[in-house]
Write a protein that binds this ligand. Structure first.
Ligand code: 3H9
Length: 646
């Protein structure tokens, strides 16, 4: 039974059992409505506890139903029936009460939660606003600014924060269900959230500031603005009117392109490693070695430490080791200050450092993050071959180089794999898992499990120059250079990309990341004869002048305390290169920029797919959204190009 009723004394315990996350599907909604009817007329029942089986309270509406015609009963009606019940309902919350799940809990008359429970209204992340009363009931329980950050920011809060804010009434100290039943026994009458006055804003200026900050951050994502408007209506309008308007906004957004795109990414992210052929038993991993304490290595070490692994960081000498150790400790410290690491000492206790590879003798997995040079990486792997256990997995964090060549130096290449992290590695969600020809299946399974343990989204990629993401990025970067030759300016290209929804444009991105890395790559590819077609020298000329971007104060733009400014020098170099290439027209229609950038992206993505480097178009979308700033609400380049073709 999806919804069952049991009796504990004079309390009915209504349990939802709808794995995996107790989504409020049609069967759940119908079952709940029946439970309201049954408990209302049962003479031996005085109160009701609403609980969930399995790992969580209701984690929201069933997102899979959003592409189907709506089927009654609708969630707002179910919640209204619970709220109107004559007997008190107590929500017993464990795991995550999200979206429709939290709305259901707010329709109950009292809420008690497990100390580890989290609660939120993440509908904006799916291109929606809450559609079952969330924007009307939450401001009747908590202060307005908190309601705004939860609804328009989509941020869940802890049980402790929920108790302090007034969202829940109690935190269980032992058995959640037992304490919920005990609480239900003490209640005389329902306490209906909708009958509360709105709590209002403690600090109206802070509310306005948060709202305008969220609108700025939205960058074209419609649901965020709609959520702010809905909260403002929830605060201002009579409850029933605000409920009707919220529902209308929810239904309009549900069928919007942005919501469809966000659902596409939601499910695509969860399917990247679903291939059953990789479900071999993973090798156990507790001890991880990281070679290289630069930005990337230190980030990887921090990411592993923060997720409970024992880490040994290796550097070539004491000075570099001290610098790498400082980087790791700095990251851990700032994470602890933000409340992300409750026990910093325990994390530091799992951190060791050494200059001798012998310290890796008992490592289960070693990730190298040394200088991006094939010979250097091969040497590192040869040294690792000598000191590590024969079953230890050896991973390279290269972002472009040939993982087959690196694996080839091992006596057993089946234990080599690519783990391409994105910087900052302790924050960025994407992990490209690069599969060399000889890799063992249980090594792939181990990498897949590791990515989950690190809280990352792992995507499998074949070996090629740049794997899925960097290869596509190189293609649209080259197109951006062609746009300059055809008359566009860097500011024009960057502004068009920002307007489309990228956090920054391709030239701004290069200035942030440093132009030197791509320069080294281009030199290598030129030497290998891998660059075809007319070669545009603008970026090379900037690098030859030491203009490597923000870190040198100049790149595509001039950088100072005032921020990035267009550079006359760069414009004169562009003009010269235009002449070299026989193009003289220094103007370009802005509306042609994005179709050209997107066209280059999707052409390369199609090639990556056709060559079997990516396993699916969905994986490409996940990579570009999570690693390269492609606007999530456009669903990634493959979905966007399909939508443009329709
Ligand atoms: C909403 O509620 C609208 C209302 O306001 C109004 C209604 C009228 N539906 O993430 P996981 C599946 S909007 C369907 O790997 P975790 C997921 O696809 C909704 N399926 O687990 C996966 O399936 P599979 C607001 C869902 O432990 C499996 O469950 N709610 C849903 O890492 C496990 O998922 C949200 O936005 C769903 N709602 O994390 C919450 N949720 O195994 C969305 C999950 O076949 N969910 N699945 O690949 C989450 O944030 C996480 O899933 C959660 C668990 C934190 C709950």
């Amino acid at each position: 039974m999806t919804v069952s009723i049991a009796k504990q004394g004079r309390v009915a315990v209504v349990t939802i059992d709808n794995p995996p996350v107790n989504a409020s599907s049609q069967a759940v909604r119908a079952g709940l409505l029946e439970a309201v009817a049954a408990t209302e007329v049962a003479p031996d029942i005085d109160a009701v506890v609403l609980a969930c089986a399995g790992r969580t309270f209701v984690a929201g509406a069933d997102v899979r139903e959003f592409d189907l015609p709506p089927v009654e009963p609708h969630l707002p009606d179910v919640i209204a029936a619970i709220e109107a019940a004559s007997k008190p309902w107590v929500a017993a919350i464990h795991g995550t009460a999200l979206g429709g799940g939290l709305e259901l809990a707010m329709g109950c008359h009292v809420r008690i939660a497990d100390p580890k429970a989290r609660m939120g209204l993440p509908e904006v992340t799916l291109g929606l606003v809450p559609g079952a009363g969330g924007t009307v009931r939450l401001p009747r329980l908590v202060e307005a600014e908190l309601a705004l950050t939860m609804i328009a920011g989509g941020k869940p809060i802890s049980a402790k924060a929920a108790l302090e804010a007034g969202l829940i009434d109690a935190i269980a100290t032992g058995n959640l269900l037992g304490e919920a039943v005990a609480l239900a026994n003490t209640l005389d009458a329902p306490r209906r959230t909708l009958e509360n006055a709105v709590v209002g804003a403690t600090n109206p200026d802070a509310f306005d500031k948060t709202a305008s900050g969220l609108r700025r951050k939205a960058r074209g994502q419609v649901s965020i603005g709609a959520a702010i408007d809905a909260v403002e209506r929830g605060l201002r309008l009579p409850a029933q009117k605000a409920l009707a308007e919220e529902r209308a906004t929810f239904l309009a957004l549900k069928s919007s392109d942005q919501a469809r795109a966000l659902r596409h990414i939601f499910f695509a992210e969860r399917a990247t490693l679903a291939d059953p052929s990789f479900k071999q038993t993973p090798r156990p991993v507790t001890r991880i070695g990281v070679i290289g304490g630069g930005t990337m290595g230190a980030g990887i070490a921090s990411a592993c430490l923060m997720r409970g692994f024992h880490v040994t960081l290796i550097e070539r000498d004491d000075t570099s080791l001290a610098a790498g150790t400082n980087r790791v400790c700095g990251t851990l410290d700032s994470s602890a200050k933000r409340g992300l690491l409750p026990d910093l000492d325990a994390v530091i206790a799992r951190f060791e450092t050494a200059t001798d590879y012998a310290a890796l003798a008992d490592a289960d997995l070693v990730i190298e993050a040394v200088f991006e040079d094939l010979e250097v990486k091969k040497q590192v792997f040869a040294q690792l071959d000598a000191v590590t256990r024969p079953d230890a997995i050896l991973a390279t964090n290269t972002s472009y180089l040939d993982v087959n060549a690196i694996a080839g130096v091992l006596s057993d290449p089946s234990r080599a794999i690519g783990l391409h992290f994105f910087s900052p590695a302790h924050i960025m969600k994407l992990l490209e898992i690069v599969l060399p020809d000889a890799v063992a299946e249980d090594v792939i399974a181990t990498a897949a499990k590791l990515s989950k343990s690190l809280g990352k989204i792992g995507v499998l990629s074949g070996v090629c120059d740049g794997f899925i993401g960097n290869r596509i990025m190189s293609a649209y970067r080259a197109e951006a250079d062609r746009l300059l030759i055809d008359g566009a300016t860097p500011e024009q290209v960057d502004a068009a990309m920002r307007d489309y929804g990228f956090p920054m444009g391709v030239f701004e991105m290069q200035d942030l990341a440093g132009l030197d890395i791509a320069w080294a790559m281009r030199k290598r590819r030129l030497a290998e004869g891998k660059i075809s077609g007319p070669y545009i020298r603008i970026a090379d000329r900037l690098c030859e002048m030491g203009r490597f971007g923000q870190k040198t104060g100049a790149g595509w733009y001039d950088h100072s305390d005032k921020g990035a400014q267009p550079s006359e020098l760069v414009m004169s170099i562009i003009a010269e290169e235009r002449q070299v290439m026989g193009k003289a027209d220094p103007s370009f229609p802005t509306e042609h920029v994005m179709p050209r950038i997107l066209g280059a992206m999707t052409r390369e993505a199609e090639a990556v797919l056709a060559e079997g480097i990516a396993r699916s178009a969905n994986d490409i979308d996940v990579v570009m959204v999570n690693g390269y700033g492609f606007p999530r609400w456009k669903g990634g380049p493959m979905l966007a190009s399909r939508a443009a073709a329709d």
